[in-house]
Design a protein around this ligand. Structure first.
Ligand code: SAM
Length: 258
């Protein structure tokens, strides 16, 4: 240990993000990153939001995870009894690594496929649950004004949501675990073509993360407007959040602060 280093100090993780946030939408960036990085958990790990997700799952649920990266979400779900799991990612390297990792750990039933969440290669109504953590965020990284995102962002987000809605069974559930605040997500989730209801809960200390739960076929006029009062949160980031790369969303946050 460096003699000047305080022994109680936990060494800070170096940020390994790209120089431009738009790289987060580029599979080449992810391929290169995943060829060096074994595990990185975006936002928070399963233990932090398990209580909000578990009530919507049961051992017979077929679950699709979007943009699994090198997260351990699928294996944590498996350990919790959810065994019909399919993970997809746009990065071929992420997929290959994840397949190897899961096999070596004995999770042979979890399927991992290279696929684009904007063009899901699954038939209509094939999953009980679609889940994503931090993956939808990549569509927002260069969205411009978060109150009025660029048309290209809107098109991509809607394409993703249309695909999710399509592959969900008639009473299926989409769970989105996100940094994105409700006032920036609601107009997408509540688009008229979707039949799902929308509710959300928060988790995390200090800085809140969101678990959005969208239940297909359950939309009513009442739940188009959530009963939860929307109070725009104070926008700030703790140093810890910056250190763990959630600063990916800094463009939106900075624009709000300006
Ligand atoms: C911010 S990381 C989140 C990873 C993981 N879900 C987690 O919680 O740690 C975004 C992931 O989405 C993947 N990704 C980006 N665009 C995608 C797309 N269009 N379709 C599928 N996966 C995509 C990336 O390769 C990366 O693994």
């Amino acid at each position: 240990m460096d003699e000047n280093q305080n022994p109680k100090e936990v060494p800070r993780r170096k940020c390994i993000g790209p120089s431009s946030v738009s790289a987060y939408r580029d599979p080449k960036y992810w391929d290169e990153r995943f060829s060096k990085e074994e595990h990185y958990e975006w936002l928070k790990d399963y233990s932090q939001f398990r209580h909000l997700v578990q009530p919507h799952l049961n051992p017979t649920s077929s679950v699709l995870e979007l943009g699994c990266g090198n997260s351990q979400l699928s294996e944590e779900l498996y350990k919790d009894g959810i065994t019909k799991l399919t993970c997809i990612d746009l990065s071929a390297v992420a997929v290959e690594n994840k397949q190897k990792q899961l096999l070596s750990k004995g999770f042979k039933e979890i399927k991992v496929l290279e696929a684009d969440m904007l063009d899901l290669p699954f038939s209509d109504e094939s999953f009980d649950v679609v889940i994503e953590k931090g993956t939808m965020e990549v569509l927002f990284v260069d969205s411009g004004d978060p109150w009025n995102p660029r048309p290209a962002t809107v098109t991509k987000v809607m394409k993703m949501l249309e695909g999710v809605h399509r592959v969900l069974k008639p009473d299926g559930i989409f769970i989105s675990i996100s940094f994105g605040q409700p006032h920036f997500r609601r107009s997408f989730f509540n688009a008229p073509e979707f039949t799902w209801s929308l509710e959300w809960k928060t988790f995390g200390d200090g800085f809140h993360y969101f678990v959005y739960v969208l239940k297909k076929g359950k939309r009513t006029l009442v739940n188009q407007e959530t009963s939860e009062k929307i109070v725009p949160p104070a926008i700030y980031l703790f140093q810890d959040e910056l250190e763990t790369e959630d600063y990916i969303f800094r463009t939106n946050v900075e624009e709000l602060n300006s």
